[in-house]
Unconditional design. Structure first.
Length: 68
């Protein structure tokens, strides 16, 4: 996420917010059943707007470069 900040895809604030979701992604991708850390899942589900902001920022970046 910080590399995306470096190339102006994400703002520094959004980059920090999204960096904290890496653990959430790992829970979803690699842990199942009783091994899921409910606290990590709950924490990330409380701020779903950051995912929308992330998608919007990536879309805007690609649009600025005529890549869509």
């Amino acid at each position: 996420m910080h590399a995306l900040v470096d190339i102006d895809v994400l703002s520094p604030l959004l980059g920090d917010r999204m960096a904290s979701t890496v653990g959430f992604r790992n829970v979803l991708a690699h842990r199942y059943g009783p091994d899921v850390d409910e606290d990590v899942v709950y924490e990330n589900l409380q701020d779903l707007t950051r995912f929308h902001e992330y998608l919007t920022a990536v879309h805007d970046y690609l649009d600025r470069r005529d890549a869509l």
